[in-house]
Ligand binder design. Structure first.
Ligand code: UD1
Ligand code: UDP
Length: 361
């Protein structure tokens, strides 16, 4: 019997680790699974644990309102070390680029545990964007033993860094989650919906204010559209967004949605505006065009295919690009026609990962 430990703490980690939890449970005769929720994000993770009825073995409850990255790091270190010592797993599985992932892998390394990195190899090679995620994932990739990469270009990124241990191209487990739920587009109204999410730290408060003002300008100019915006719970984001956007009748601000509700909003949208990593993978799967509010992206594949457009963080560019897509059917259709429904995976990533891990550990 092998002992696997899965560690997560934020919304995207749980969404993308969910298929691995299922796959380990499918191999219950071979795998003893310990599920550790660091609690980096409380409400945004709890909503999903409840939605999917996941029982964790540990909830380390490390979230403090607006804690700094240093506090977050220290709290993760002190909470994770005793759990690793007590459980003594054969392998620790982490996902992506959060501080939960980087500190869990560092703690596992200190305990000389094997480390599997899921969604390895993504890079912008700009240490400040996304911040601090680019350095988080590079740190994980320095100490990991097994690398599960979504795409071939992620594999090449690792090879360029001289990583020569186990690298397997699996697709992104986030696409498995979409397949698992087998969602269908609902027949909605004719009203065009723009779905917005923003949360990156490097965006900065001043720029967020400008972007909100551009959204108001768009909403005023196009009263027939609806802008739906489930607001991230980070107070630095929420306070600004709520104060600037709540009085516009065709802007609908909500709390974070559960996964199913969010997927339904996304697949029924005309356009998505986001700085999220996961949404850059999901929206192309639904063939919904995305304007990416970032200066750089590690998800270049769908940009190259034409389904994502990287427009930077300038509010004038945002305004111009949204207006172009609302007014110009050809421009819109060319994004929609981009062939990227399978760019980030075929829904079998978790099976590949667990099959390979069982050969290795
Ligand atoms: C974190 C990750 C980021 C990931 C994002 C997904 C780090 C450094 N950042 O960013 O990579 O893309 O999650 O959402 O790991 N808060 C709540 N309730 C919640 C969640 C957050 O109140 O359920 C508030 C707290 O005040 C918390 C703050 O938001 O201190 C920031 O949350 P945190 O997880 O530290 O950072 P994010 O910027 O959300
Ligand atoms: N998501 C959700 N509810 C929401 C907004 C997003 O379930 O209200 C999901 C979304 O489908 C995606 C993930 O959360 O799978 C993205 O999380 P986030 O943008 O917080 O983090 P990132 O992917 O940028 O790390």
């Amino acid at each position: 019997m092998k002992h696997y430990m899965i560690v997560f703490g934020t919304r995207p980690e749980l969404i993308k680790i969910f298929p691995l939890i299922k796959e380990c449970q499918n191999h219950a005769k071979q795998i003893k699974l310990t599920i550790v929720n660091t609690g980096q994000q409380k409400e945004m993770v709890d909503i999903l644990l409840k939605e999917w009825n996941i029982q964790t073995n540990y909830d380390l409850e490390i979230m403090k309102q607006q804690q700094t990255l240093t506090e977050l790091t220290i709290n993760l270190m002190s909470a994770l070390e005793p759990v690793l010592k007590m459980e003594n797993p054969d392998v620790v599985i982490v996902h992506g680029d959060t501080t939960t992932a980087s500190i869990a892998s560092l703690m596992a390394f200190y305990q000389q545990k094997k480390i599997a990195h899921v969604e390895a190899g993504l890079r912008t090679s700009n240490k400040n964007a996304p911040f601090p995620e680019e350095m988080n994932r590079q740190l994980v990739d320095r100490v990991a033993d097994y690398y599960f990469v979504p795409t071939q270009s992620n594999r090449e990124n690792l090879e360029k860094e001289g990583i020569d241990s186990v690298i397997e191209v699996t697709g992104n487990t986030g696409i498995d989650t979409l397949h698992y739920l087998d969602l269908k587009r609902t027949i909605g109204t004719e009203q065009r919906q723009i779905l917005v999410t923003l949360h990156r730290r490097e965006l900065g408060e001043e720029q967020l204010v400008k972007i909100c003002k551009a959204l108001v300008a768009i909403a005023k100019e196009y009263p027939d559209i609806i802008i739906k915006y489930p607001v991230h719970l980070n107070p630095k984001i929420k306070n600004i967004v709520c104060s600037l956007l709540s009085n516009q009748p065709n802007i609908d601000l909500t709390n974070p949605l559960n996964y199913l509700a969010f997927q339904q909003e996304m697949m029924n949208s005309f356009l998505v505006i986001t700085d999220s990593g996961g949404i850059q993978e999901e929206a192309p799967y639904y063939k919904v065009p995305v304007l990416v509010i970032r200066e750089v992206t590690e998800r270049q594949e769908a940009v190259l295919a034409g389904g994502l457009k990287l427009i930077g963080t300038d509010e004038r560019k945002l305004y111009k690009n949204v207006v172009a897509l609302l007014n110009n059917a050809d421009e819109y259709e060319s994004m929609r026609a981009a062939k990227c429904t399978r760019t980030y995976g075929d829904g079998k990533a978790a099976k590949r990962i667990i099959r390979r891990l069982l050969q290795e550990v």
